[in-house]
Design a binder for this molecule. Sequence first.
Ligand code: SAM
Length: 203
Amino acid sequence: GQPLVFDMSYDSKMSKREIENTVSQLMEVEGWNRRATEPFHLHFCNLQEDGAYKKELLKRYGAETWDRLLITSTDRQHVDLFPSEQLVYLTADSRNVLRTFDHSKVYIIGAMVDRSIQTGTSLANAKRLKLATARLPLVEFLHWETGAKNLTLDQMIRIMLTIKETGNWKEALNFVPKRKHAGFYQVQIQKTIPKNRVTGLTN
Ligand code: SAM
């Protein structure tokens, strides 16, 4: 399957609580991916052998289960495993919009939760490594409220699995929490037109 990278390099910057939350999300990621019709080949890169993420993953899964999971984990960097031209770092702070899902690219997701890690962390990381970046087309498809555009890792995997399988953003972006937006642009237009028509008929 197509590789999908989780960049595990952020654990030294996070609290114990944040590490635990991120690992819970990663366990959900593994579950959604395993049950998908066309799963990604998950790669956990920059996973340090004696680091906080590795310890928490082993504790939560147990060593046996961890070893049996269909996840390639390595302490090596994504840039050492894949050609740079193939990599695209996904970040809400990118100026580029992911319009079409490219089956030949290797997308990278930053393994972190949004508490003490500030906006722009994964963008800065991608820039330092001179990697292409892209953000999800959230404001292009959804009436966005004022909230942050950073999604959780379980939301990200469900969106990426769906866009990979269907190529349809309206389906994929169904996994954005409803509280964050006021619906899809086209859906809203469709809701308005029939109402007017009904009014026209009864008058
Ligand atoms: N402040 C963090 C940062 O520096 O990006 C936000 C982390 S977000 C909770 C976890 C990861 O999910 C990000 O590193 C990114 O890979 C991915 N992600 C979340 N929302 C995204 C969006 N709207 N577009 C693209 N990637 C997104």
